[in-house]
Design a binder for this molecule. Sequence first.
Ligand code: GLP
Length: 239
Amino acid sequence: MELKIMSKPEIYVAIKDEIQSLLRRKNNAVLGLATGSSPIGVYDELIKAYKEGDIDFSNVTTFNLDEYVGISEDHNQSYHYFMNEHLFKHVNLVKSKTHVPSTNKDSEDYYQNYDQKIKDHGGIDFQILGIGSNGHIAFNEPGTSFDTLTHEVTLKESTIKDNSRFFNSISEVPTKAVSMGLKSIMNAKHIVIIITGSNKAEALKRLMSKEVTTDLPASILCKHPSVTIYADKEAASLL
Ligand code: GLP
């Protein structure tokens, strides 16, 4: 794992640059996308580059990490909605090439077929990740087996609390989700993880201790051959 400490605006541009150079080499690359506040700045940079004619997404396929269970795709807190608002509707990604896991058995993105679908596309070339304050990645909470593929999960109280800021009240936050598993994520060829803010400092410190433990789901990344951690000063304050 390579650790880069920079300001948030620098992080967003650096990751946009990585994606841009990937797409220059491989215009039909497969991107693994994340939700949460951490990647929004990257999406803003990608939109800017697209509008300036510097990036073409027409041959790109995307797979999102996760989605809540129990709220509709057009609910303003669903990850379908999030992706549409923060990226998809602003660039020339082809809708049928964008995938978000689903619990709907009739959907082509049904979660039990999701890993096979990713494989059929040649795997994820570039995976963007955020991290929860408890060290979760996607919705793989502490205790999740490192062998998991895309699966249904029950969210931890701390995650429900963290994410309640986006809902009217904590009782509206879904308690279940579907999420790519830790093995699904480890199958990506290259991974970047964005860790910013003082509330992530403890998680980054534990990650950098390089102890691989299911108590810190992100710690499995230590075993991946190509991971870049982008952290800001606040997140790095305990290192
Ligand atoms: C949610 C998402 C994760 C994300 C995390 C952190 O739980 N499922 O993918 O990494 O939130 O979100 P934020 O970037 O807003 O701190």
